[in-house]
Design a protein around this ligand. Structure first.
Ligand SMILES: Nc1ncnc2c1ncn2[C@@H]1O[C@H](COP(=O)(O)OP(=O)(O)O)[C@@H](O)[C@H]1O
Ligand SMILES: Cc1ncc(COP(=O)(O)O)c(N)n1
Length: 271
């Protein structure tokens, strides 16, 4: 008799990237790599490629909530990540829907605001709503340099600035903050700073010289959520996720005319 296998499940609440590099598409590939069953609640549809974002269409907030409820009323989701939430109405609806989950379900909040190609991915007035309603629910919050500047009000150019921003953003109520270094200069491009209210941890990795960095932030937060769904503690989940992103960057794919996607399934690539 064959055993029926089971996997832990995770939920991504995020936008679609038609070019397949970031958003829901990157999240589901990342979950699959980790042998975590991926479920999704789509917030918006972007017409996007490796060069830029051409158009964004929001879903009605009720449609986003219906997806979250359909998934969570049936499937025991062991971790959630949020990505592009676009506007105030969606952020409020998502924050409320996630409050209904068991307290033990960790939520990784990637406060997506600006794309790698410079496109704004959130309405101006939505940042305050994100700060007020969703960020306090985060088990781990993962701002990049620009998002950390907006959330902390600090200019970030040095490692000390990254740490100061992490400490400042922690005051907004998440249980831990990871300020990501992708937008920094030199070696700091691959350095992230973790702060959980007691411990500052500098996470270093080798810098990968590639222009194909589309979806690194989405991939990192999805990998953190996958690792949490697998039962890892938050700092271990972050360290392992960072290691995964470094490997995926080393095997990034030259697809499209701009910034291609990272190689999510790098062990399957021969050479
Ligand atoms: N060139 C690089 N080499 C190695 N790691 C990188 C590089 N660029 C970004 N990273 C890492 O990728 C992860 C995502 O960070 P970042 O690119 O800043 O996020 P976002 O995509 O949200 O802007 C972080 O762990 C960061 O350190
Ligand atoms: C739908 C969608 N969500 C998120 C991002 C950010 O991507 P990155 O991971 O490069 O910061 C994006 N470009 N598109």
């Amino acid at each position: 008799m064959t055993m029926t296998p089971t996997w832990p499940a995770a939920l991504t609440v995020a936008g679609s990237d038609s070019g397949g590099g970031a958003g829901i598409q990157a999240d589901l590939r990342t979950f699959a790599f980790h042998l975590v069953h991926g479920t999704s609640a789509l917030t918006c549809v972007t017409a996007q490629n490796t060069v830029g974002v051409m158009r964004v269409d929001a879903l009605p907030p009720e449609a986003v909530v219906a997806q979250i409820e359909a998934v969570t009323s049936d499937i025991a989701v062991q971790a959630v990540k949020t990505g592009m939430l676009l506007n105030q109405e969606i952020i409020q609806a998502v924050a409320l829907a996630l409050k209904a989950l068991p307290d033990t379900t960790p939520v990784v909040v990637d406060p997506v605001m600006v794309s790698r190609t410079g496109a704004q991915l959130i309405d101006d007035d939505a940042i305050a709503t994100l700060t007020r309603h969703l960020i306090p629910q985060a088990r781990v919050l993962t701002p990049n340099r620009y998002e950390a500047q907006l959330l902390s009000g600090l200019a970030i150019t040095t490692l000390a600035d990254m740490e100061a921003a992490a400490r400042q953003i922690y005051q907004l109520g998440p249980q831990a903050v990871l300020v990501k270094g992708g937008g920094m200069m030199d070696a700091l491009r691959s350095t992230d700073v973790w702060f959980d209210g007691s411990e500052v941890v500098i996470l270093e990795a080798e810098v990968v010289e590639t222009k194909h960095t589309h979806g690194t932030g989405c991939t990192l937060s999805a990998a953190i959520a996958a690792n949490l769904a697998l039962g890892k503690d938050p700092l271990t989940a972050v360290k392992d996720a960072k290691n995964y992103v470094t490997n995926a960057l080393k095997h990034a794919l030259a697809i499209g005319k701009g910034q291609g996607p990272v190689g999510h399934f790098f062990p399957l690539i021969s050479q």
